[in-house]
Design a protein around this ligand. Structure first.
Ligand SMILES: [Zn+2]
Ligand SMILES: [Zn+2]
Ligand SMILES: [Zn+2]
Length: 228
């Protein structure tokens, strides 16, 4: 082992030189033991010195903080997702409202440890996607493309077991991220694929496997088999 090469790595958070065990994120940034969980809540990278604490204990890396979309960009992200799904026979027909909330609001009012949440009809008058404020453009695309497929399942009265529901939503997000194709989108795919979660991670790997062996239309047909 090249000691000089090794000692060249520093923790991206505190700058401490790393001589032995170090943690490395999907983008190759290093962190010391103390800062291994200092991850950007949008992209999952170890955040560096110019990170922003957008809410208490919620950090954004510098690059994500610069790509938080304005209203028009949000609209174009939604229309991109809708068009993509429509072209793949996953059209969402309903009007969908969007509501941005803080991390603490999400925790208190909707659900624990999620970035998006769907409110189903009848309240208020259709579907509402509740989504965290301050998501980068790519993180927003991931969250909305996931939530949109929950709406598609509901519209079609498809109610599979939870790992299949969530795995299918993540498969949609995966396809959208793949079509976006940027480095950050690829990083998000890495995180989806390597998630240890028994529902989101295992569910996604099952659905992705089916997709790779049989194609998307076969996955959709499988989903239809859970129609009520
Ligand atoms: Zn450190
Ligand atoms: Zn980030
Ligand atoms: Zn979900």
């Amino acid at each position: 082992m090249d000691l000089i090469g090794l000692s060249a790595h520093c923790c991206s958070v505190c700058g401490k030189r790393l001589l032995d065990a170090a943690y490395r994120d999907w983008d190759g940034n290093y962190a010391c033991e103390e800062h291994k969980n200092c991850l950007c809540y949008c992209c999952g990278r170890t955040y560096g010195k110019n990170a922003i604490e957008i809410e208490p204990h919620v950090w954004l890396c510098e690059s994500c903080s610069k790509t938080i979309p304005d209203k028009n960009t949000v609209k174009s992200v939604i229309s991109y997702i809708r068009t993509f799904y429509k072209q793949n026979r996953l059209e969402v027909k309903s009007h969908v409202f969007l509501k941005g909330v803080s991390v603490s609001q999400m925790e208190q009012q909707y659900a624990h440890n999620v970035r998006g949440y769907v409110i189903y009809p009848p309240e208020p008058a259709g579907f509402t996607m509740v989504v965290l404020r301050h998501l980068s453009k790519t993180a927003l695309a991931l969250v909305l493309s996931h939530e949109m497929l929950h709406i598609w399942q509901y519209e079609n009265q498809i109610f599979p077991p939870q790992p299949i529901t969530e795995g299918f939503c993540n498969l949609g997000a995966y396809l959208i991220l793949q079509s976006i194709g940027t480095k950050v989108a690829t990083g998000q795919i890495f995180l989806l694929t390597n998630s240890a979660d028994p529902i989101y991670g295992d569910g996604f790997r099952k659905m992705k496997n089916m997709y790779e062996r049989q194609g998307l239309q076969a996955v959709i047909a499988y989903m239809q088999s859970f129609k009520r």
